[in-house]
Design a protein around this ligand. Structure first.
Ligand SMILES: CC(C)(COP(=O)(O)OP(=O)(O)OC[C@H]1O[C@@H](n2cnc3c(N)ncnc32)[C@H](O)[C@@H]1OP(=O)(O)O)[C@@H](O)C(=O)NCCC(=O)NCCS
Length: 215
């Protein structure tokens, strides 16, 4: 499983969801644009928001499936969205990013900034080899986010998604460690290769090493 962590960028703090996020999560996930593109409960109730913030988001990390972050404003601390990893393949070191941005925070490049921050953590600190992103062919806002975050468009997956009763085609994007800006790549190719191999063979050993490094 991924280690619990807090990530920071110029404008944002990415941290675990908590009780205080319940009202804003409910408002964000009830929003018609969020509802249009994500297979969320409809209507999205206070119970749904409570379950996500206190249980479901944390269970995804515990199960090894991924890790979920609340995107918050570094200044005001208000919730601005969600970004997270899912469908993690620990052997291939591949994981898929997903996100929504709260209606009050849209149009300011928040999703791209949060996705880039998470990508650097995944592809450097966590030594993963590929981050995937899938967006419905008609979800142009999400595809704009993918390109702004530096992803490469790989092609269309026919009938690969399901949103509120309808099959949709998905555009597949990917980001590899070599796609990150050189200044943000980890130093020492040999060290990185060794760490990656260690993570593949024995994820627990890698976690123990990470804990030592960060303590
Ligand atoms: C897709 C989404 C995450 C984009 O977040 P964002 O932080 O607003 O992204 P950006 O500010 O980079 O804007 C991306 C695009 O959204 C559109 N946009 C701009 N302002 C907007 C606004 N006020 N409201 C809605 N969309 C807007 C523009 O097309 C923009 O592209 P451009 O900057 O090249 O013109 C957000 O619209 C959202 O939460 N959508 C619903 C959930 C969703 O689709 N998740 C992704 C599933 S794959």
């Amino acid at each position: 499983m991924f280690p619990e962590t807090v990530l920071r960028s110029r404008r944002l703090v990415l941290r675990a969801f908590g009780n205080g996020d319940i009202p804003d999560t409910r408002a964000s996930c009830s929003d018609p644009i969020t509802q249009r593109w994500l297979p969320l409960p409809r209507p999205y109730t206070l119970d749904d928001a409570t379950a996500w913030c206190t249980t479901t988001a944390h269970a995804m990390r515990d199960s090894g499936d991924g890790i979920q972050f609340a995107i918050t404003d570094a200044g005001t601390k208000r919730l601005m969205g969600q970004v997270g990893l899912k469908k993690t393949d620990w052997r291939a070191l591949v994981s898929e990013v997903g996100y929504w941005v709260s209606p009050w925070a849209r149009g300011h490049g928040i999703a791209a900034e949060a996705t880039r921050t998470l990508a650097h953590w995944l592809l450097t600190d966590q030594c993963f080899q590929r981050m995937e992103l899938r967006a419905a062919t008609e979800n142009t806002a999400s595809q704009a986010v993918a390109l702004k975050a530096g992803f490469h468009r790989e092609g269309t997956l026919r009938n690969a998604g399901f949103v509120h009763g309808a099959q949709v085609d998905l555009v597949l994007f990917s980001l590899l460690p070599g796609d990150l800006r050189p200044s943000l790549r980890p130093a020492g190719g040999h060290t990185l290769a060794a760490m990656t191999e260690e993570r593949r063979r024995d994820p627990a050993a890698q976690r123990r090493r990470d804990t030592r490094l960060h303590s």
